[in-house]
Structure formats: C-alpha cells, structure tokens
Design a protein around this ligand. Sequence first.
Ligand SMILES: [Zn+2]
Length: 673
Amino acid sequence: MNRRDAEKRARELRREIQHHDHLYHVLDAPEISDAQYDRLFRELREIEEVHPDLVTPDSPTQRVGGAPQTEFGAVRHSIPMLSLDNAFSVEEVREFDARVKRGLALAEDAAVDYVAEPKIDGLAIELVYEKGVFVRGSTRGDGTTGEDVTPNLRTVKTIPLRLRGDELPALLEVRGEVYFEKAKFADLNRAQEEAGKAPFANPRNAAAGSLRQLDVHVTASRPLRFFAYAIGSAEGIAFERHREMLDRFSAFGFHVNPLARDCHGIENVVVAYRNLHEKRESLPYEIDGMVIKVDRVDQQRRLGMKSRSPRWALAFKFEPIEATTVVDDILVQVGRAGVLTPVAAIEPVRVGGVEVSRATLHNQDEVTRKDVRIGDTVLVHRAGDVIPEVEKVVDPDRRGRGERFCMPEKCPVCGSGIVKIEDEVAHRCVNAACPAQVKERIRHFASKRAMDVEHLGDKTVEQLVERGFVKDVADLYALRKEQLVELELFGEKSADNLLAAIEKSKKTTLSRLLHGLGIRHVGEVTAKVLARAFPTVAAIEAASVDDLQRVREVGPELAAAIRQFFDEPLNRELVRRLEKVGLEIAPEERPAGGALEGKTFVFTGTLAMKREDAKALVESQGGHASGSVSAKTEYVVAGEDAGSKLDKAKKLGVKILTEAEFLELVKKAEASS
Ligand SMILES: [Zn+2]
C-alpha cells in the first residue's frame, strides 16, 4: 500500500472504529462482533506501525497508552471549576428556589424551569476539544488549577477522542464526572486485597486513584466511565438551555445521564429527588444526591456566582449512610486467597435501611491508622452494595480503652504461619489447604452467579471441608450419598437434593465456570468477556499474555493475573479434574443475529490458522464449533490429513469446506451482519 492509500485507509478505519466504540461503550448496542472489531483495530495499528507519521492524537490506538510519565503537569482552567452549595432538606431547597426567584425578579408563585441530575460520586474533570479533537484533559484540582491527565483520560472508552458530527465548534470544554461502577469497584477491591494492596475506601477514591496513575497502562486496565454535564469555555457554539446542551453533548458522542429530569417549578424537583432516592441502591454507580440547575442559560447569567459557587445550582445531598455503634470484638477472617481481614463485630445497627452487625477494618495498617479497639464507639459507613466499613472511632479519648489490635502470628483457622510480603499491606495464611481458604473457594464456586449449586449452604460447606470430604471444588462432583447422610441435619432427602443440585450444576456456561474458578480480577463481567473470546478453559490456559491482551477489555493487569493462575500446577491439575467430571458447557450467550446463528461447524485435519481462532470466528457470528460430526453438523472444515471425521461427513452428506472456503463464508457472514 502506498502512503496516500495508507492515509486514506487509516482515516476510514479511525472513523469506523470510533463509530463502533460509540455503539459499544456509550449506546451499549454493538453492531459488530469483538472479532470483527479486533480486525479493524489490528489493521489500523499495522498501518500506523508502517507509517508512524500517520498517527493522530484522536486515533483509537492512542487509547492504550504510551510510556510512563514522571509527573502530572499543571493545567489552569480557563473558567474556574466551581463547587456547589449543599442542601440537606426540602426546606433548604425551597429557600434556594426563593433566592433564585428574587434574583430573577420573578413573582413568589412563579415556576422556574430546573434540570435535576443524579450527583455521581466520582471525580470532576475537564476535557478540551479543539475543532472536535480531544487535546487536553485535567482534574478539577483546587478549581483554578488541575493536573494534566490527558493520556490517562484517552484510555476512558466513554470519552470520545473526536466529537461525532460534521458541525464541530472551534473550541469546546466539556466537564463531567469520571466514575467507577459499583460492581467493578467490588471486583477491583477484591483483587487489591488478594494482591496484598490497600483497598480503596469507596468508588470515588478508586476512580481518582485509577485516573491519577503515572503509568497509563494501569489506568487503561481500570474500567472507568464518564458522564458529561457541564461546559467551560466554548467558541462557535452556544446554548439557550442546560437541557439543550445535554442533548448536544449526547449527539457529540458523550454519555449523558439518562436520569436527568426536566422540572417545572421546585415542587417537581422535590418529587424527582424522592424518585431518585428510591432508585439509589439499584443504580450501577454510586450517587450521593441530586444536582439542581436553572435550565435557562440567560437566567443562569443573570444570577451569576458567589465567590466559589454559582447562584443557579445546588447539590441536594442524600443523608449519609452512616451510624454509630459499639465494637464488641475484632475477628480475623481468612479469604479464599489466604488474606487475613480484621472485621469488627458490632452491636447491630441500621445503616441506610439495612441491619449491620459486621464492619470491615480492611487490614492491620487501617486498624493502626484508625486505632480501633474493642469497646470503642465507632462510626460505621455503608456505601452501596459494598461491605460496611468502620470509618473512625468517635470517642478516642475515652479512659480505660482496651488493647491495641494486633494481627495474630498464626492463622486463626489452621495455625499455619502468617506472612506479610514487603510492599503489601495484607497478611496471609500461607497454607493453600487452609480450611478457611478451601471453604471460601467452594462457597464462591457454588455461588449463584458462578456455578449456582443450590442446597449448598454455608453450614454444609463447613461440614464437608471439616470432615475432609471436599478439599477443592472438583471434589464436589465426587460426593457420595453415604457421606452426606453422615452430616448434621442431613437426611436422605436433603442428601438427594444436594446431589441432584450438584449434578444440575454440570450444565453450565464457560463464563460461570471461569468466574467460579476464582481467578484474580476475573469477576462475572470479565468472565463473560473471556468466554466470548475463547472457546474453552484450555484455550485460555494456552493463551500467552499477548494473546489475552488481544481481547478487547483485557488489560495487562488482568492478563498477568490469568497467566499467573494457570502457571500454578495445582490450578492446572484442578482444571484437568474438572474436565473429567463431565461438565456440559453451553456456548456463551451472545448478542443474537449472527449470520451463522445456530450452525454447527466441525474442524478436522491441520489448518493454517489456530483452531481456537477458527472457533472464535464461528462463534463471533453466532455459530457453534463442535468436536464430533453428526447429522446436525452443518459444515466440516477439512485441513490437511483429515481423517475419520471427513469420512463420516461424507457418509452423512455434510457439506465439506476447505479452509479458504470457510474464511470466505465467514467474510460473507460478517458482511451481511
Ligand atoms: Zn490458615
């Protein structure tokens, strides 16, 4: 390809990839398979490798990050990023409305148009677009000067590197919130704890910690998201209403919070607040209140601002989900990777509508820092679905306090030695056969979102491990009825129920199995990503770090964790044993509509391409790859030295393809989907 053609093709590819990024990340409605996307991406990367001068700052290849930075530069905001006044009661909100009306010289009973938006608990940032291209991004900092985190923000997939559309303003500064979803936050913290690193206190800290990374690859591996909601400087574009601005942002390719409500008059704002409060727990991200903004921009201007906050907006905060209670005891729990977690047993107390009797203290460093002791009165904080944590001691000067907490020297469960690796905050029990670890691994494996083994409660797991019937998850499938009836509170019927449930769990999906294995960083969502990219556990096991990273959404941290898991001989042996128990792994559910939907392919003989890749191609179009030929087989793809399978296909009259014909077929399927 000559340079001119390369430049043209690179431009096409960029547009195409940006379009699919938008469909996938912002609209959540992908139109092509991951495999097709990867091919576009790879083609672009290859062109840019041959012609480095063709790399543009808005190229999707720039999302993956470059060399580590040494420090963050300073960025002065052209218009200060103000903070908002807070209100905690409906009265205060009505007072705000009254002030707005006085400021606008409106009658007391006039109704002002407001827009009410969820207040995301994340990190405020500013993005600068020149002629539609993302050129600079910074944190809020002190409001006047923030940190330059441009390369980090490039990795956030919901931030467009180029605005969509043809009429693009000369300058547009978009402001909004970078945030972490609750489920991803929980996954991250679990991984942090297992890696012996300090967990993040809340999703906001996780977002800030992930964005402010000198090594951009770390940021790229964290699933940060972005909501746009405000504007800084702009040239060549203006809005009459806040709502109009949100709509334009959306058209430019930003995520705008769909829960933003138009409210005519303050009483509608109050209703919107109550509705939002009810939704709070069920939202995938943390919110700590609602932001109320005057909709009309001319009114905003007339109202103006005070020293540090605008007069036309207000943060209506939810009550904090906190409560005070007394620490009865400090226990030490052992997790499935052996990490010891100190946990406060507290006098039961209601926090945000839920009764809580345990609160985590995370690790020794945290306990030392907060100096929590038995008998102390503490403030307990609960954030969303996350385990409640002890925030601080309320009465640190109380006389006659108990002893300082100190991590035990031996595992409280198995008595093995405890290690603390340098640079890690976690203490660990080194015994992989520690019953506490085994129990946790089995509980996790059997949990609803993993292998979903019904009738296997905590008490049962405990007894199975204590009696030595089960030493790892594969042992579950070797349980016999004679063993089960020996358990406390177990009759014939409950034994039969459990055996039937274990049998039933054999019919599963690859993502459930992967999730159940408890690989670090591989939560439910990641397991699905992997299961769509690889046909079997064995294929993942065989994949190099590079192979793994070729999958969209798999970063270096995750790839390394997967490799580490399979490099451990005990884990490989476990997988071999699981393969032998007769699991029936159904193909992963995928967006319907592939052109090969429902068609079964069998590969035989030596192919030029890797077998896994061939399978992935079939599956990317909704088809299915099988190991044996039957009347249900649609196609047999025969390479060199094809043997009995080819004979059988001929006998059954199954259509036989060469590798080239197969690729042609897939190409056609992709073109039609
Ligand atoms: Zn132990």
